[in-house]
Each structure stands twice: as structure tokens, then as C-alpha cells.
Ligand binder design. Structure first.
Ligand code: GLU
Length: 302
């Protein structure tokens, strides 16, 4: 496992120019080639594979027979998984990882249906076959692995705290019976607070954006979830809220998959392992200006 370092600072550096070459399935493409994204910068990141075959994958068989990929995502997490209600454009690191996977299977943007699924409903959506795969700040955990499989990890972050700009809370050590903490139902951070900070009153919503509204309205004192998520909200409301402290857990993001589809999992793991340049391009495009510093983690091909 490589070391992850995340800071709350908004670095404001320019996105590095990306020059990628290559033409294999799921590999970097020449600038100007057809790609899965929806603006010019995506054109350099990946190409849509053709004549893909994936022996023994029920998920891929289902995708082929409906001629469409159904991907579970978040849509209220800026920088990671976000839907702009005005332009209808989906952006974010996770969304681009999802597009890249679809492209590696031979499916371009117009053949992807995105479904927003909240943290608490992910395992069930995957088990039910409502989505072919899920990419949305989804931590790999042993208890989730009892119901589903994960490809990856493809990103590592850790639990953090978001507080009002004038708050005295500086880290998790300042949480107590007087600090109301908000997080999403069914998430690892709310579980961590309940188990390890039992005196701290909690508030739960389906979506982290509802917690952020509660923080800005003053009905809670902190929002807790992965720092990578919190940094995106802090950048939206820099005068009102801030990320404090250091990450106090390790969250390894995986791609949620139906249990037992080993061929599908191996395909995605191989894509991640061989596609370091694409991963870096997706990171730079979506999180390069966020102040987050993270290297691509090694895949855990269990
Ligand atoms: N990564 C954590 C989890 O999977 C928190 C973020 C989320 O709820 O998506 O529970």
C-alpha cells in the first residue's frame, strides 16, 4: 500500500497538460480520438474499445444483451460524483472512472445510464442487478464483501471533519456530547462515530449534501465523511465551512460488483493496473486543483 497524504488546502495549481499515447483497449488515446467523456479534454484520456469479449461474465452478458451499461454513482459530491442540474452534465473523478470502465467494455457515453444511489442502498442495488457496477466513494469493507465484490482499490482517502468557518472544533478529539455530528446513513464514517465516539450525538441523512445544508444552517456542528468528499464541499462554500484535522481512518475506494463475477472483476482490476496514465489523467482533471495529493493504489486482486 502506498502512502496517502491529503491536505485541506486549496492549492489552486493549474491542471498539468496531459500528453498520452497508445491505442490498446482501455489504454490512453491520441488527442482528438473518440472518447467516453463529454468535453474536449476527455478526448485525450481513453478510447472506446471495440470487439470486446469477456468469457464467463454474467454482468458483461447482461450489458451486451441490453446494449447499455448501467452504472451506480453519487451526484451530490463535487469533484467526485456530481450532476449539474442546470447543464445536466455529470462530472467528477468517480464518474470518469465509471466512463473509463464503460469505454473498456466498448460502451461510449451515449450508452451509459447513470443511476444515483445513496450510501445505504448500494449493496442492495448491486445484489438486485439494478446496476452493472457502482463507482461512488465506496469503501471496501469485509462486511460489504459478504454481499458484493469489489474491484480496486482505485483511490485512498480517510475520514475527516467539516465544520463552520468560525468553529472551535479542530479535530476529532474535540467531539463530545455537545457536538452534533452529521453523516450519511449506511456509511463507514457514521459507523465509526457510533462505535468509537458513542457520547457524540449524531444526525443522519441519505445524502452528505443534506448534512452540509444542516451545517450551514447551524443545526449540526460538524459533518463527517471522507476528506476527499468534504474538500469538495468546502471549495463550494469557502467563506462558510472548512475541513479540519487529519484523516482518522483509511478508506479504500472500490468498484462495487455483483458477487462471484470473477471475469468482470479481473477485467476492471487489469484496466486499473495497466492504466496508470489514464488514472493520472482522470485524477488531474477532476482533483488536480483540490489540494488532494494521492497516488494510485495497487490493486488488491483477491
Ligand atoms: N467511503 C465511505 C463509505 O463507503 C463514506 C462515503 C460514502 O458514504 O459514500 O461508506
Amino acid at each position: 500500500m502506498r502512502k496517502t497524504r491529503i491536505t485541506g488546502a486549496f492549492a489552486g495549481v493549474a491542471i498539468a497538460a496531459i500528453a498520452l499515447t497508445g491505442c490498446n483497449s482501455g489504454s490512453p488515446t491520441s488527442p482528438g480520438a473518440s472518447a467516453g467523456g463529454d468535453d474536449a479534454s476527455d478526448a485525450a484520456l481513453w478510447e472506446v474499445a471495440s470487439d470486446v469479449s469477456l468469457e464467463g461474465s454474467p454482468t458483461f452478458d447482461a450489458i451486451q444483451s441490453r446494449d447499455q451499461v448501467i452504472v451506480g454513482v453519487k451526484e451530490d459530491q463535487p469533484g467526485l460524483g456530481f450532476l449539474d442540474a442546470t447543464t445536466n452534465e455529470r462530472t467528477g473523478f468517480d464518474v470518469d472512472i465509471a466512463r473509463w470502465i464503460a469505454a473498456s467494455l466498448g460502451y461510449d457515453e451515449d450508452k451509459i445510464e447513470f443511476k444515483a444511489i445513496a450510501s445505504a442502498n448500494r449493496e442492495q442495488a448491486i445484489v438486485n442487478g439494478d446496476v452493472d457496477y457502482y463507482v461512488g466513494t465506496y469503501s471496501i469493507t469485509d462486511s460489504r464483501k459478504q454481499q458484493i465484490d469489489f474491484a480496486g482499490p482505485y483511490f485512498i482517502t480517510g475520514q475527516g471533519l467539516l465544520v463552520a468557518a468560525d468553529s472551535d472544533i479542530a479535530s476529532e478529539d474535540d467531539l463530545n456530547e455537545n457536538t452534533r455530528v452529521c453523516s450519511a446513513t449506511g456509511s463507514t464514517p457514521i459507523q465509526n462515530i457510533k462505535e468509537n465516539y458513542p457520547e457524540v450525538p449524531t444526525e443522519e441523512f441519505d445524502l452528505y449534501s443534506a448534512c452540509v445544508d444542516a451545517l450551514i444552517n447551524g443545526t449540526v456542528d460538524a459533518v463527517t465523511t471522507d476528506q476527499a468528499i468534504l474538500i469538495g464541499y468546502a471549495a463550494q462554500y469557502p467563506d462558510e465551512i472548512k475541513v479540519v484535522g487529519e484523516p482518522f481512518s483509511e478508506e479504500k475506494y472500490g468498484i462495487g460488483l455483483r458477487k462471484g463475477d470473477d471475469a468482470f472483476r479481473a477485467h476492471i482490476n487489469e484496466l486499473l493496473t495497466d492504466g496508470g496514465d489514464v488514472w493520472q489523467g482522470i485524477f488531474d482533471k477532476n482533483l488536480g486543483q483540490s489540494g488532494i495529493t494521492v497516488e494510485q493504489p495497487a490493486v488488491d486482486a483477491y
